[in-house]
Design a protein around this ligand. Sequence first.
Ligand SMILES: CC(C)(COP(=O)(O)OP(=O)(O)OC[C@H]1O[C@@H](n2cnc3c(N)ncnc32)[C@H](O)[C@@H]1OP(=O)(O)O)[C@@H](O)C(=O)NCCC(=O)NCCS
Length: 277
Amino acid sequence: MILQHIIEQLYEQPADKLDREDALHAVHQLKVALNNGEVRAAEHRAGAWNVNTWVKKGILLAFRLGTIKEYASDSVFQFFDKDTMALRQFNLSDAVRIVPGGSCVRDGAYVASGVVMMPPAYVNIGAYVDEHTMIDSHALVGSCAQIGKRVHLSASAQVGGVLEPVGSMPVIIEDDVFVGGNCGVYEGTIVQRRAVLGAGVIVTGSTAVYDLVREQVYKKSSSEPLIIPEGAVVVSGSRPIDQPFAKEHQLSIYSPMIIKYRDERTDAATALEHSLR
Ligand SMILES: CC(C)(COP(=O)(O)OP(=O)(O)OC[C@H]1O[C@@H](n2cnc3c(N)ncnc32)[C@H](O)[C@@H]1OP(=O)(O)O)[C@@H](O)C(=O)NCCC(=O)NCCS
């Protein structure tokens, strides 16, 4: 039976009926396939991003099966986590640069060659980080997040994890996106190719993004997540609140907006430091 069917069957089993050895074996196989990038929590098929719910089920199964254990008990750097949630091990041949200082990649995450991780950074289970992406200090790649090629996740950028419900889209950051410092991208938002999130932009499933160039408003709908269009340059802004009390006090609400589409000036402002790579 293929791994997908094994995991789907195991996931439906009540705890007292679950064969622990079989389940641990399936979870191990899933993590190996995730580490190698052979399976992904979401993938681009037929022109759209699709969630692989069985992968998320397998990850949830790993959490369910685990019991807390003490790792590195002979070191001053102790840590405690589920025994099914070990850290990913790398070899020099993986060609990933993990600069020392407290970064972690959980087992079951794909990190492609040429990726640079500045400390501390965290890559959670189910994440996929493609070639030559920079994960700067204090950046988070949350569970199942899919990060494209040559993406720059600036210092303190937070890419939220999406595990449950299993059918929900993880955050997707496509190729050549620049995510500025202190940004937050959450709840299944898709940031399309070459888009730029200016420093401090936060988008969730409830955020409306105003496009000043195309005069449109982008929001999550029942069938689609929030999508930041290709090449959009998003900056933080505000809009007045149309409500008597808010008007009386001149209140406005945070509102990201697309100020322009990427041009040479943006390319210059977001150019990566090649010599540091
Ligand atoms: C978005 C960003 C890349 C600028 O893009 P750009 O294409 O060079 O933008 P421009 O300079 O052409 O500015 C276009 C307009 O947007 C405004 N603007 C640009 N960036 C802005 C921002 N972050 N917030 C608010 N307004 C912004 C400009 O004032 C300008 O307005 P104007 O036309 O009224 O003068 C830059 O602001 C930014 O956020 N850089 C990321 C910095 C960072 O996080 N570094 C990481 C270090 S680890």
